[in-house]
Ligand binder design. Structure first.
Ligand code: TRP
Length: 449
């Protein structure tokens, strides 16, 4: 087995993990699913899921990776053995690799939209555009499989090229440059929305809790999104944890990562909804929200061409630093077993995901008709629903059960190094709160509760 790599500093780990967490999930998905699920009450459920389920599961993932210093598949194998548990637990690693494929195969297509939109905004397409006109621009893009394929291909190459270079020369180098840039751009946009949008209405929309709008499916979506946005349940954070130094504190690192991710999602909401309302647009527009509604808003405002371009560049950056973590678990596994070089493994995994992504591309045009839908969902919707709302929470549930029940308490005590009060809090969360939370939401969704 080849020697396992390490981040060069704690900051590098933090930036990589924040880079993974902050992505399309925060800037594209969070605003549109919040809009679809009626605003405030949905946001509250999402925040509760982050605090009560997401943070404990993230601590568990980082801890497992760091203890074993291996890919997620081998981590689960080795630790199950060490803790005297069944070999069954490696299923967590395998399902993670599969979920990573699925997610990347639509992630890359949506990131491709964002890339196309950088060019559109920079060239002034949206200046003074009408709502219908903006809808036509978006419809023209997603209706054109060839254009989508070009961007999907380009984004996949960008992603693989970074992962192929390895932890320090690839991933670390990228996030050290991109993350500070992302923060600056986000602050610029929020300041802009603060000055030119209906900030108060945006704020009220995100934080006024109207529980009548909350359905069972909304609750599942909120929980699924908590996993998605924190990159949990498939081994991405586990593999990043495996490159972490032994002497860094896991608890405080995870807390900062989760807070950063949540703040970015809320800031993105505060950058987007005020503009939507100021221009009399609809928050419930679905996946097109930031691609149709928002450009109309930018197009109507002074400086909109510049700020709109900044917005889409930010979206591409966020997506890029996340996509690399979707490939890493599989690549780490292939390269640690000396089955093939890291570079070869990266290109191969990217190729598989790219092929699966052709289905995503087609689900917006040639396969968008009802005859291609399963349970009312297109191939894209189906992959997103299966991966985000089912596989990730299930992966998280298993991780919580492994740490809280299958493994000994001494493992967590050794790794986490917490004061006894804080440790008990973690222990309560990982044994009871997180697993029961996921289970109750699942049972509720299938009508058993
Ligand atoms: N967290 C990212 C986002 O919000 C997406 C992502 C990256 C992800 N790696 C992951 C989601 C691993 C689930 C699992 O856009």
């Amino acid at each position: 087995m080849s020697v396992h790599a390490q981040w060069s500093t704690r900051l590098a780990f933090m930036l990589a993990a924040i880079g993974s967490a902050v992505g399309l999930g925060n800037v594209w998905k969070f605003p549109y699913i919040t809009g679809e699920n009626g605003g405030g009450a949905f946001v509250l459920v999402y925040l509760l899921c982050i605090a009560l389920i997401g943070i404990p599961v993230m601590i568990a993932e980082v801890m497992l990776g760091r203890r074993a210093q291996r890919s997620p598949i081998s981590t689960m194998q080795v630790l199950a053995k060490e803790q005297g548990a069944s070999g069954f637990w490696q299923i967590v690693g395998w399902s993670g690799v599969f979920a990573g494929f699925l997610i990347l195969s639509f992630y890359s297509v949506i990131a491709g939209w964002a890339m196309a939109y950088v060019i559109e905004s920079a060239s002034g397409t949206f200046n003074a555009i009408s709502g219908d006109g903006s809808g036509d621009v978006f419809g023209g893009l997603i209706g054109d499989p060839q254009r989508l394929m070009i961007w999907h291909t380009l984004f996949m190459i960008m992603t693989v090229a970074v992962v192929a270079r390895g932890i320090r020369a690839g991933i670390e180098k990228l996030v050290v440059i991109l993350m500070p840039l992302l923060l600056v751009m986000l602050l610029i946009l929020v300041a802009y929305a603060f000055n030119s949008g209906e900030f108060g209405r945006g704020l009220a929309y995100l934080f006024s809790f109207d529980f009548s709008k909350l359905s069972t499916d909304s609750i599942i979506v909120a929980m699924g999104h908590a996993f998605f946005t924190l990159s949990l349940g498939m081994g991405a954070i586990m593999v990043y944890g495996s490159y972490m130094q032994k002497n860094t504190s896991i608890g405080s690192s995870v807390l900062m990562i989760a807070i950063a991710d949540t703040v970015v999602a809320l800031l993105a909401g505060l950058a987007i909804f005020p503009l939507v309302f100021a221009n009399g647009l609809e928050p419930g527009a679905g996946p097109g929200l930031v691609f149709v509604t928002l450009p109309t808003a930018f197009g109507a405002m002074p400086g909109g061409q510049f700020f709109g371009t900044v917005f889409f560049v930010l979206l591409v950056i966020a997506a890029w630093s996340s996509a690399i973590s979707l490939v890493e678990p599989a690549v780490a596994w292939l390269s640690e077993r000396d089955i093939m070089s890291r570079a070869k493994a990266s290109w191969m995994i990217g190729l598989f995901s790219w092929i699966l992504g052709i289905g995503t591309v087609l689900s917006f045009n040639l396969w968008s008709g009802d005859e291609y839908k399963v349970m009312g969902k297109t191939f894209f919707d189906l992959k997103d629903y299966l991966a985000s709302n089912i596989m990730l929470p299930l992966g998280g549930l298993l991780i919580a059960l492994f740490v809280g029940w299958a493994a000994k308490a001494s493992m967590s005590k050794d790794e986490l190094n917490l004061s006894s009060g804080t440790f008990n809090l973690f222990w309560l969360a990982i044994r009871f709160v997180a697993p029961l939370g996921v289970a109750i939401i699942f049972l509720n969704a299938v009508g058993l509760l």
